[in-house]
Design a protein around this ligand. Sequence first.
Ligand SMILES: Nc1ncnc2c1ncn2[C@@H]1O[C@H](COP(=O)(O)OP(=O)(O)OP(=O)(O)O)[C@@H](O)[C@H]1O
Ligand SMILES: [Mg+2]
Length: 151
Amino acid sequence: MDHWPLRSYLELGALPSAVPCARLHTKHLLWEWGLETFTDATELVVSELVTNAQRVSAGLTGSRFGGRWRPGVPPVRLWLYSDKERVLIQVWDGDDRQPEPQYVDPQAESGRGLLLVETLCAEWGTHRLEGSSGKLVWALVGGVDGDQSTH
Ligand SMILES: Nc1ncnc2c1ncn2[C@@H]1O[C@H](COP(=O)(O)OP(=O)(O)OP(=O)(O)O)[C@@H](O)[C@H]1O
Ligand SMILES: [Mg+2]
């Protein structure tokens, strides 16, 4: 965690509007951090991960986070971290399934979100959080090595 002196956390409703909200937040934050060079890639990755998280959350009726049960559609949680050389994006949703990049038919119009994340990011992955349902999906923009674990 010491690797990430710049940190931000935003809790979003699992609504379609979460996606533009997350993008705008990311853009403003990277400007504030003086990291505009990362803005385009980070915004795209945030957009793909939050879109996925919002979609899978829609049908849920409750979730656990940090040991606390909460009824209703869970929020989508977004963390952004930086050490000025890389930006770490983390998105939590309350759905227990794991994201899986898929083979997509060349004619298909969708299904490439995670492939885009793979292309733009040095690394990405997913893990469960203790005392919580769902999972966290993380992705690293910039840099090629380093410790991305924050939990
Ligand atoms: N947060 C998530 N939770 C559970 N499953 C996920 C999550 N994100 C992605 N997936 C699964 O992985 C598949 C691939 O995701 P990906 O983002 O690549 O494509 P998509 O969301 O289907 O299409 P697109 O991103 O082009 O709109 C999804 O169809 C979904 O089944
Ligand atoms: Mg997607």
